[in-house]
Design a protein around this ligand. Structure first.
Ligand code: NQM
Length: 353
């Protein structure tokens, strides 16, 4: 099934429809998406990291989860399928997909389903609350999210205990709220997604530029990549040359009624908006005194509105900030998702390399 999940789009599979062996599975996925090819012309990928994504879903054996969700990022121009990052946008479609495929049952009389989703990539559990009718998902509704035209049914995602999921367990994997890399002050944070957060003016931009302008700025990109390489080591991610984490977010004061302005590289293309868990991590950084995000943010309350290139993203982060520590209580966000098509995909023949 092809679904839009939040502001991304991907192919959703029931796990046992794919080869169990990860190498064979990845080979099939590359041939399904049409990778490697900058246009993904011979497959169903959308020629951008945000539309070259896969969700693999199955019933969960865990007591605290209904379904397991594995996220796979399929390279566009490189023949690489990576499970090194999670994706909160595709996560938005997982509950509806699980109901569509009868992996979970919903009482026909209920108008909502609460689905606990074990996120295999990071080992933590998210709770999705989605609208249902007659035991099936409802996609139509009045909720708008930036980066997606029109409105759809509201999906609430709540996260508990997601800090350090990719980086060894700590919210601040380097042990400090502030590291200086290549002369730039950064907060290295993982509250669901490993992100390097830095001030836009510290890398020579205003932070208000459109994505195309930032992507065309070779000096900026070289600087960001140099920072990312060092940050990867400090964040316990090792050599990150070929991985999609950590992400890089440049922050600046808000300009459009939000609390903080953002521009994010994921990590080589500029995000048209901001990732879900990426946003939760950046919003959390904004709460930490001494972090570059906290310096430029104009906060009031638990709900943090991040401005991004196509609008705003609101994250509710409940945390207790005490001298020397940040105790996270819960994070929640609102998304939408939609079933686009359901059918049979024909992987192209032959080797992908
Ligand atoms: O951060 C893009 C997206 C994402 C990831 C990326 C995401 C998240 O927008 O949870 O959703 O950062 O690669 O789909």
């Amino acid at each position: 099934m092809i679904m839009r999940g939040g502001s991304s789009k991907g192919a959703y599979f029931v796990a046992d429809e794919l080869p169990a062996d990860p190498d064979r599975r990845d080979d099939v996925l590359l041939r399904i998406m049409g990778s490697p090819d900058e246009r993904q012309i011979d497959g169903i990928g959308g020629a951008h990291p945000l539309t070259s994504k896969v969700a693999v879903v199955s019933k969960s054996e865990r007591d605290d989860a209904d379904v397991d969700y594995l996220f796979l990022q399929v390279g566009v121009e490189v023949p690489v399928v990576s499970d090194r990052q999670n994706c909160g946008n595709l996560l938005s479609g997982v509950a509806a997909f699980a109901i569509e495929r009868d992996l979970i049952e919903v009482e026909p009389t209920m108008d909502a389903a609460v689905v606990n989703i074990h996120m295999i990539n990071t080992g933590s559990v998210a709770t999705a609350t989605i609208r249902t009718s007659g035991g099936r998902p409802v996609y139509g509704g009045a909720t708008a999210i930036s980066g997606v035209p029109g409105t759809s049914a509201r999906i609430r995602l709540d996260f508990d205990d997601i800090a350090g999921g990719s980086t060894g367990g700590a919210l601040l994997p380097s042990g400090s709220p502030l590291d200086t890399i290549e002369g730039v002050d950064c907060t290295l944070i993982d509250n669901g997604m490993p992100v390097v957060v830095m001030r836009a003016d510290a890398v020579g931009v205003s932070g208000n530029e459109p994505c195309e302008e930032l992507e065309a700025n070779q000096e900026l990109r070289a600087k960001l990549e140099a920072i990312r390489m060092v940050a990867g080591e400090l964040m316990n991610l090792g050599d990150v040359t070929d991985t999609t984490v950590p992400k890089l977010t440049m922050v600046s004061p808000p300009r459009n009624g939000g609390h903080l302005s953002t521009r994010t590289f994921i990590p080589h293309r500029c995000h048209e908006a901001i990732g879900v868990l990426g946003a939760v991590s950046v919003a959390t950084a904004a709460l930490i005194p001494g972090s570059p995000a906290n310096e430029v943010a104009q906060l009031n309350g638990d709900n943090i509105v991040l401005e991004h290139p196509s609008g705003v993203f609101e994250a509710a982060v409940e945390a207790r900030v005490e001298p020397g520590s940040v105790i996270l209580e819960r994070a929640g966000i609102v998304r939408t998702a939609r079933k686009i098509m359901d059918g049979t995909v024909f992987p192209r023949d032959g080797a992908h390399g």
